[in-house]
Design a protein around this ligand. Structure first.
Ligand code: GRF
Length: 224
């Protein structure tokens, strides 16, 4: 899937999972966990055919771990400093997911880049949410960047992950207006409500095997 190494997969479910069966999901988190919460709530409401199997955090004591436990999803902390290098760390993260049969890993506020070791282990089935209309404003503090630039429309993006930051093929985007009185916080809140809507929807489309990656584009197959 990387722009360097070619696509790792075409968006479709693996041959081993039958159509309509729940997707075994893993999550990478670092903080508040509100996207994790939105996805778990969508699963619980029966809107998203998925089985949350494991939440991994790179830091202890964060709210996302409480969210996981409150929803009965196993949660573990794996810190980067426990490993000699990034590749060993990523192999360990991927290993924990694979042990539990995770098919798709949703990054939800994970404050690290993942690289080839992780993406290859998961066969490229890794998604992320970013609080801007990519390719505008990648990286940290995207909402502040948007305000400072002066855009009148901001938003969020759910995308497949490749080796470059906030770069992989785009699954869904949602736009929100920027208001004159906005602060980075008020804009972030407005964007976050859309993240909570489109991240579960993007995973639902994947779960229903309706996504196909064609170059940089992610096409949506019609509902069957
Ligand atoms: C979200 O704004 C997401 O777009 C960005 O990090 C934030 C995570 O929030 N990648 P949460 O941990 O899901 O509440």
């Amino acid at each position: 899937m990387s722009s360097r190494g070619g696509l790792l997969f075409d968006g479709s479910r693996p041959a081993g999972r039958s159509p309509g069966s729940p997707v075994p999901l893993g999550f990478l988190v670092s903080g508040r966990g509100s996207n994790l919460e939105a996805i778990l709530a969508a699963v619980e409401r029966g809107e998203l055919p998925a089985e949350p199997r494991l939440v991994l955090s790179d830091r202890a004591g964060v709210r996302a771990l409480e969210v996981a436990r409150a929803h009965g999803v196993p949660a573990q902390v794996l810190e980067r400093r426990e490993f000699p290098d990034r590749e060993a760390y990523e192999r360990a993260l991927a290993g924990r997911f694979l042990e539990r049969g995770v098919e798709l890993c949703a990054m939800a506020g994970f404050l690290r880049l993942v690289g080839t070791a992780f993406l290859e282990a998961l066969g490229g089935r890794v998604t992320n949410v970013h609080p801007s209309l990519l390719p505008a404003f990648p990286g940290l503090e995207a909402q502040r960047q948007a305000l400072e630039y002066g855009v009148r429309v901001a938003g969020c993006t759910v995308h497949f992950v490749d080796e470059e930051m906030d770069h992989g093929p785009i699954i869904l985007q949602a736009a929100v207006p920027v208001l004159d009185e906005d602060t980075p916080e008020s804009l972030a809140d407005r964007i976050l409500r859309e993240e909570h809507r489109i991240y579960p929807e993007a995973i639902r489309l994947y779960a229903l095997d309706r996504l196909r990656i064609r170059g940089r584009r992610v096409l949506q197959l019609p509902e069957t």
